[in-house]
Design a protein. Structure first.
Length: 340
């Protein structure tokens, strides 16, 4: 039985880790931390978990965590993970999966994108499992950088065409639920401002663009002609990404489907929509639903991807990564359908 700890267990992502791991047959959560809620029961902070955990939230230091955990998930704000990762890596054997942005990018890129100096660089593997088949149970590293939610949906939408070297330009247009902004209320997430509304933001310079460029250019070397604009919609969960892809040659819809089906063959969390994907169908699940259509008039393909931002875009993908590097079946504890 794998002993897991969660640093930052009171936010949306921390709750999702607890919720999913409650049904994982090979994992026992042995530690859940919170500074503000230390001393409270997990089930009193997350009432949906009543009857699943008799665990008290604690303010544990890294040395305490290492003694009682085989795997540690970091569900903390950007900038906070780098404060504890060095101590977690020091003189220990536990594996670390960081769900913040602290280790997703090279240091120079991180400092440019996030506007602050990186305090504790470390060797991390950035892993979207479907496009990083090199990450297996034989992975020798100890630090996984779990991808951002927008880059997960966007990369999965464009990866097969990138791997085929067919991209000429890509525009990602993403619609996200409110939970993507975290559980601290803001002017954007305030109900009267968002209901019956849609709010675009960071029109050309969202931080997650750097991850998209990193991943797509890895698949199609030298390609960086990528644009991204996110929008917040009045939904609690989900990201629908529309990828407008200009290709180097004219493709039919049948051509595109073949490329995608071959690329994602054997990938258990990729499913192809009968028509177009629906956020309702992936809500609460670790699946990514993909739909596509070629524009017969132009060298253009429209690809749609739908994910749950808190599951496939965060906690579920982190557990998927844990399963892989710990030698478990990739789908273990994650094979459940969307909520509809």
């Amino acid at each position: 039985m794998i002993k897991a700890g969660i640093i930052g267990a009171t936010g949306y992502t921390g709750e999702e880790l607890l919720r999913i791991l409650a049904g994982h047959p090979s994992v026992e959560v042995t530690a859940a931390t919170s500074r503000a809620a230390a001393g409270k029961k997990v089930s009193s902070v997350h009432e949906n978990l009543k009857g699943f955990y008799d665990l008290t939230l604690e303010n544990l230091n890294p040395d305490d965590m290492k003694k009682i955990c085989d795997v540690i998930f970091l569900a903390v704000p950007h900038g906070a993970a780098m404060e504890v990762v060095p101590e977690l890596l020091k003189d220990g054997t536990c594996k670390i999966i960081d769900l913040s942005a602290d280790y997703r990018l090279p240091v120079s890129v991180f400092e440019k994108v996030y506007g602050s100096k990186h305090k504790a660089p470390a060797d991390a593997a950035y892993v979207i499992p479907e496009v990083h088949p090199e990450i297996t149970k034989d992975f020798k590293g100890r630090l996984i950088a779990n991808p951002g939610c927008f880059p997960t949906g966007a990369t999965l939408a464009a990866a097969p065409l990138a791997a085929a070297g067919l991209l000429k330009s890509v525009i990602f247009d993403s619609k996200t639920g409110i939970t993507g902004a975290g559980n601290t209320p803001t002017e954007t997430t305030h109900y009267p401002n968002l209901t019956e509304n849609i709010i675009p933001y960071k029109l050309t310079a969202h931080r997650h663009l750097a991850e998209m460029v990193q991943e797509i250019s890895r698949l199609q070397p030298g390609f960086e002609n990528i644009s991204f604009t996110p929008h917040v919609i009045p939904a609690s969960r989900g990201i629908m990404t529309t990828a407008h892809i200009e290709t180097k040659e004219k493709l039919t819809t049948a051509d595109v489907k073949k490329i995608y089906e071959e690329y994602y063959a054997g990938k258990p969390f990729i499913q192809f929509a009968e028509t177009v994907p629906s956020l309702a169908n992936v809500r609460g699940s670790n699946y990514c639903h993909i739909g596509m259509e070629a524009d017969a008039r132009n060298n253009r393909v429209v690809v749609l991807s739908a994910i749950d931002n808190l599951v496939k875009g965060a906690a579920g993908q982190a557990i998927q990564n844990m399963n892989i590097i710990c030698g478990l079946k990739e789908t273990e504890g994650l094979r459940f359908p969307g909520l509809i």
